[in-house]
Design a protein around this ligand. Structure first.
Ligand SMILES: [Zn+2]
Length: 221
């Protein structure tokens, strides 16, 4: 019995040793020569390993993407992140979240600040048409906002600190570029540049945009 087992195993062991002797120098050569891709040098090793691994599950890529709420239930998002970046955290000028303290607590922050790079494209946070292009601060003509109204949903959104690329009356679709981010450094030196987004629900009350624009984990096969 013992002898028979040895006889049966011996050819396999010899084959394995043979493979190791044949391929090991190729692998070592590939590792030692940075100018030659290992893939090009040892395709047979890769094939062998792939067979031995008996087809493990394919690696899946998981990615966090900004996803807008589907408020009317038609299966499509109705809101979009205007900059593609996260809301502004804390800096020496305050916090970027909805309801954050402003002016020493005398008023609340009525929007959400989405971090931006000055000059970057700003996307329409809702579909609709441009109902207003205004000045962010009375007395300053450089910082502007774009207001979009969606009559079907009853929502209104204002994106602040945007050089408009659209005109009043123009129809815009969700995610369309409506302009470019304006630097705030002249007004607030050191502040995190951002797009201040205000969302008004039907009836006009301002709501927290982070409840409507969330990060979702997407899996790609
Ligand atoms: Zn703000």
């Amino acid at each position: 019995m013992h002898a028979a087992t040895v006889k049966t195993l011996a050819p396999l062991a010899r084959a394995a040793l043979g493979l190791a002797l044949v391929f090991a120098p190729m692998v070592v050569a590939a590792m030692e020569n940075p100018h030659v891709a290992p893939r090009a040098q040892a395709p047979a090793v890769e094939r062998l390993l792939a067979q031995l691994a008996a087809k493990p599950p394919l690696p899946v890529r998981k990615e966090l993407v900004w996803s807008g709420a589907d408020i009317d239930g038609d299966g499509a998002p109705d809101f979009a992140n205007p900059t593609g970046a996260a809301p502004r955290g804390h800096d020496e000028f305050g916090d970027g979240n909805f309801g954050a303290r402003r002016d020493g607590g005398s008023r609340d922050h009525e929007g959400v600040d989405y971090v931006a790079v000055a000059g970057q494209a700003v996307k329409a946070p809702i579909s609709g048409y441009v109902t207003k292009i205004g000045y962010a601060y009375a007395g300053y003509s450089d910082l502007k906002f774009v207001e979009i109204t969606n009559p079907a949903l009853g929502y209104v959104a204002r994106a602040f600190y945007v050089t408009p690329g659209v005109e009043v009356g123009e129809t815009v679709r969700l995610g369309q570029i409506i302009g470019h981010d304006q630097s705030l450094q002249k007004h607030y030196p050191g502040i995190t540049d951002h797009v201040h987004l205000e969302v008004m629900q039907p009836g006009g009350e301002r709501v927290n945009a982070t409840a409507l624009i969330v990060r979702k984990l997407v899996t790609e096969a």
